[in-house]
Design a protein around this ligand. Structure first.
Ligand SMILES: *Cc1c(COP(=O)(O)O)cnc(C)c1O
Length: 440
């Protein structure tokens, strides 16, 4: 069975996500059938290979077909594939909850599971409101978010999102949160630093909280990097001030680390760089090393205590069928083992320095604007009027064995943490070549 075979059947039967399907049929956006993966590389059915420079939509950490994660899933498969988590428990979910709690120094000691990132955000929003409700403050039912924020695609998460492309058509269905000025560093006026921008954004937050806190349940943020909004990066100072303001005005802080968690920004969790802890921490994507759908909301003893009662409806009566799936939990535990035993964060730091140096030709490209990097994320805005730049770059990258997927005019690289130096060189060189080709 070759590429053409699978392409034909896929186009007929599969409705692909986040895609105008007509672009596939017209050829403007090639559909790529993948037969197998190994390390940082994906292989199609005709023997072509692609370097997975976006970690398969930001989920993969330690490569495809990672032997250690494979073995953990195989072993779990032999004993328990799935069991209801309401009224039942199992070893992988207990061990994972303990490990995650320890990784927040016990500050976030209660783990509630779901299967994807959007569901985790929904849970955090519901839990925040319900905690205030149980505390006798049901009027605290509004949410604050940042301009350019992205928290998922379900109706609740679109309501705290601010990317028009995904949200605008559904506006009549949404209960829209108030988007506040983003602290993202490109907003800097001449002479302003990233910290100045963060302080300005924090002042705007302070003004809203001062007058509106009585009706506000929570502020939700993507710590340090706003992903789908365009890889917008900001100074940790914003998180420090947001934490202090949320404490002062009795508002929860929800950290959506679905993209930035598990080392993406250089620390295990991005909020660590501000020396703070959120009231809710949403994790998914890299949680299982990019293997299986699993998400979790970690929260505090104080929030947990608000639900702990004789009365059933004061409990959190939320569930998903596959909550805490044992196979997914085992993949997550194997992923955490790799972090614990291989000093991944130190290795990434050295890699990031080398890779940033290799990307100098991209950073200094005449059409490059706002080249930026944090941890294992690199991004640059491309100054071009071509409406189809995103598609052109995607195609030119494929021709050069690269999987790149620009966000509008923002080209970003988010490779798995196992890229060899020779693959890093190949990625840096061919990215610029693909960019030049896309611009001509
Ligand atoms: C991807 C993402 C989500 C949504 O996760 P899904 O698993 O796609 O539902 C939410 N928040 C952030 C910051 C994300 O990057």
């Amino acid at each position: 069975m070759n590429n053409a075979h699978w392409l034909e059947r896929s186009r007929a039967a599969v409705w692909h996500p986040c895609t105008q399907m007509k672009l596939h049929d017209s050829g403007a956006l090639p559909l790529v059938p993948i037969a197998r993966g190994a390390g940082a590389w994906l292989y199609d059915f005709d023997g072509q290979r692609y370097l997975d420079a976006i970690s398969s939509w930001w989920v993969n950490l330690f490569g495809h077909a990672n032997p250690r994660i494979n073995a953990a899933i195989h072993a779990q498969l032999e004993c328990l594939e799935q069991v209801i988590l309401a009224g039942f428990t199992h070893a992988p979910v207990v061990e994972l909850s303990e490990r995650l709690s320890a990784l927040t120094d016990g500050a976030l000691g209660h783990a509630f599971y779901a299967s994807d990132g959007s569901s985790a955000v929904e849970i955090a929003l519901k839990m925040s409101f319900h905690a205030w409700h149980n505390a006798g403050q049901p009027q605290k039912n509004r949410f604050l978010c940042l301009a350019g924020s992205y928290h998922g695609e379900t109706l609740g998460t679109l309501g705290v999102g601010d990317v028009g492309l995904y949200k605008d058509v559904y506006a009549p269905l949404l209960r829209q949160a108030t988007p506040l000025p983003s602290p993202e560093a490109r907003q800097a006026a001449p002479g302003e630093t990233a910290t100045d921008v963060a302080q300005r954004a924090a002042a705007a937050l302070a003004a809203v909280l001062e007058t509106g806190h009585d009706a506000i349940a929570a502020l939700i943020v993507e710590p340090l990097v706003q992903g789908a909004g365009g890889m917008l990066m900001y100074d940790p100072e914003y998180l420090r001030q947001a934490r202090a303001l949320c404490d002062r005005y009795q508002v929860h802080l929800i950290a959506d680390e679905i993209m930035v968690g598990f080392g993406r920004t250089g620390t295990l969790f991005a909020h660590e760089q501000a020396g703070i802890r959120p009231d809710f921490l949403c994790l998914s994507k890299g949680l299982t090393g990019g293997y299986l759908p699993l998400s979790v909301v970690l929260t505090t003893d104080a929030v947990y205590a608000q639900f702990y009662d004789e009365q059933i409806t004061r409990g959190f009566l939320h569930s998903h069928s596959y909550t805490g799936n044992p196979l997914a939990c085992r993949a997550a535990l194997a992923t955490l083992d790799i972090f614990a035993e291989e000093d991944v964060l130190t290795r990434n730091r050295a890699f990031a320095d080398r890779f940033t140096a290799l990307l100098r030709p991209l950073a200094t490209h005449p059409q490059a604007r706002h080249f930026r990097q944090r941890g294992m994320i690199w991004a640059v805005d491309i100054a071009t009027d071509a409406a189809d730049f995103r598609l052109r770059l995607f195609r030119e990258a494929l021709r050069r064995e690269l999987l790149l997927r620009p966000l509008g005019n923002t080209l970003y690289l988010m490779p798995p943490y196992i890229l060899s130096d020779s693959d890093a060189e190949l990625l840096a060189e061919r990215t610029v070549a693909a960019l030049d080709a896309a611009l001509t």
